[in-house]
Ligand binder design. Structure first.
Ligand code: PLP
Length: 414
C-alpha cells in the first residue's frame, strides 16, 4: 500500500512543470483541469523512461524487452483495478479514453441487448460522449432514448430519475461527476433504482478520478469508464471496467491481431476478455504512464485534497458572485471544484480571450453538453475548473482578471 503524503499544495504544484511557465509574460494560472489535467514529473519520467528502456510490443515477443514491456502493461492493468476498487485486473480493458469505452459498450453489449421498444436512459447533464453513442444505438435498434431532466441547481434527483425508469429500460448511463457543472451524482442510489427494474448501469467516471476515489463495488454499477488524461496521465489511454459475466458474453468490437483464439480461412474465434476487446497494438506506453499516474494519486490525502478544492471553489464562487449580472450554473450541494458562469450581456468567448492575455486559462463554450445548456437557455458558459495544484492566489488572479475583463468589455476602456 502506498503511504499517503501530507497535503501540501506548494509541494504538489512544484511537481507539475507545465504550471511553472509564463504566458504573455504572466505566470500561468491553469483553470482548465476539467478539460485535461497537467502531468506531474513522476508520470513524465515514467513515460519517457519506459519508452527509453523497455519499449517493445506487448504479448508478442519472447525477448527481454518484450517481457518487461508486457509485465509493465499488465501491472498497469492491476493498478487501474486497484484504483477502481475492482477485485480482478482481467475485468479492466484498456481503451483510448471514456469516449471509446462508451462506444465499445454501445456497439457490443448494446447491439446484443437493446431491441425495438426497449429504452435507454441518460440524464440531461451528460457529456456528448455519454449521450450521442446511446442516442445512435437507440435509433439503430428502434429503442426509445429517454433523457432525465436535471434540477434547477444542476443536481439529478433520484426520485425524478426513478420516475423515468420502466420495465423496458435496458440501460441507464450517467456521469459520476458533471464536467459542465461539477455536480456529483448519487451514483449508488441511481444504480440501485435502475437495477431494480432490470437495467444495466454505465457510469462515466471521466471527471471523477481527479476529485474522488470511486469504488465500483460500493457504487454497484455494471460498467465504469475513465480517461487517463483527466487523471494526470497522458492522452490516448483510458480504461473500461465491467462485470465479468457481461464481458464474457460481449462480442468483440474491433477485430484484428491479438484478440483472437484461432483464425482459419473459414472462421475465427475470439480470445477471452480483456484481450478480446484490445485488437491491435494497444497504447502500452500510455498504459504504463497511466499506472504511474494512479500510483502517484494513491499517495494523495483525498480528505485534505477535497477540503482544499472546496476552499478554492468557495473563494472563486465569491469572486464571481460579486460581479453585477453574473449567474452561476450548477449549485448542487457537494459539487466538485468546477465553476460555470455567464455574465449578462457579455460573450463567454470574449471573457476567455481577455483572461488568456492575463495568463489565466479557462474554458469557454458548450463543454460538449449542448442539451444541458439548452435546458438553461444558454449556448455557452465560461468555466473555471480547479484542481489540487491550484492555490488561493490563482483564485485571486482569476477574480482580478475577470473583473478587468468585465470592465473592459462594458466600458471599452483597456
Ligand atoms: N465524459 C465527461 C464527463 C467528460 O468530461 C469528458 C471529457 O471532457 C468525456 C466524457 C470524454 O472524455 P474523452 O474525450 O477523454 O474520451
Amino acid at each position: 500500500m502506498s503511504e499517503r503524503r501530507p497535503f501540501d499544495v506548494q509541494a504538489l504544484r512544484a511537481e507539475f512543470p507545465a504550471l511553472a511557465q509564463e504566458v504573455y509574460r504572466k505566470p500561468l494560472v491553469y483553470l482548465d483541469t476539467a478539460a485535461t489535467t497537467q502531468k506531474p514529473q513522476r508520470v513524465l519520467d515514467a513515460y519517457l523512461g519506459f519508452l527509453s528502456h523497455d519499449n517493445a510490443n506487448v504479448h508478442r515477443g519472447v525477448h527481454a524487452l518484450a517481457s518487461r514491456s508486457t509485465k509493465a502493461y499488465e501491472q498497469a492493468r492491476s493498478t487501474v483495478a486497484r484504483a477502481l476498487g475492482a477485485p480482478e485486473a482481467r475485468d479492466v480493458i484498456f481503451v483510448r479514453g471514456t469516449t471509446e469505452a462508451v462506444n465499445l459498450v454501445a456497439e457490443t453489449w448494446g447491439r446484443e441487448n437493446v431491441g425495438p421498444g426497449d429504452e435507454i436512459l441518460v440524464t440531461a447533464l451528460e457529456h456528448h460522449s455519454n449521450f450521442v453513442p446511446w442516442q445512435r444505438l437507440a435509433a439503430a435498434r428502434g429503442a426509445r432514448f429517454v433523457v432525465v431532466p436535471v434540477e434547477t441547481d444542476g443536481s439529478v434527483s433520484v426520485e425524478r430519475f426513478t420516475q423515468h425508469l420502466t420495465a423496458r429500460t435496458r440501460l441507464a448511463a450517467f456521469a459520476h461527476v458533471s464536467n459542465a457543472l461539477g455536480t456529483v451524482l448519487p451514483v449508488a442510489e441511481l444504480t440501485r433504482a435502475a437495477q431494480a427494474v432490470g437495467a444495466r448501469v454505465f457510469v462515466d467516471g471521466a471527471q471523477a478520478m481527479s476529485h474522488l476515489e470511486p469504488n465500483v463495488l460500493a457504487l454497484g454499477c455494471d460498467f465504469y469508464a475513465f480517461s487517463g488524461h483527466k487523471v494526470f496521465a497522458p492522452p490516448g489511454i483510458g480504461a473500461l471496467w465491467a462485470r465479468r459475466e457481461l464481458l464474457e458474453a460481449m462480442p468483440p468490437w474491433q477485430s484484428g491481431g491479438e484478440m483472437v483464439a484461432t483464425v482459419t480461412e473459414e472462421l475465427s474465434t475470439w480470445g477471452p476478455p480483456p484481450t478480446r476487446f484490445e485488437a491491435g497494438t494497444p497504447n502500452f506506453a500510455g498504459a504504463v504512464a497511466l499506472g504511474a499516474a494512479l500510483e502517484w494519486r494513491f499517495e494523495l490525502d483525498f480528505v485534505a485534497l477535497q477540503r482544499h478544492e472546496a476552499a478554492l471553489l468557495a473563494a472563486a464562487t465569491a469572486r464571481v458572485s460579486e460581479i453585477p449580472g453574473a449567474r452561476i450554473l450548477g449549485e448542487a450541494p457537494g459539487k466538485v471544484s468546477v465553476l460555470s458562469f455567464v455574465i449578462d450581456g457579455l460573450h463567454a468567448s470574449d471573457l476567455g480571450m481577455i483572461l488568456d492575455r492575463d495568463g489565466v486559462a479557462i474554458r469557454v463554450g458548450t463543454h460538449c453538453t449542448q442539451p444541458l445548456l439548452a435546458r438553461f437557455g444558454l449556448t455557452a458558459t465560461a468555466r473555471a475548473s480547479f484542481a489540487l495544484y491550484n492555490t488561493l492566489d490563482d483564485v485571486e488572479r482569476f477574480g482580478d482578471a475577470l473583473n478587468r475583463a468585465v470592465r473592459m468589455l462594458r466600458t471599452g476602456d483597456p
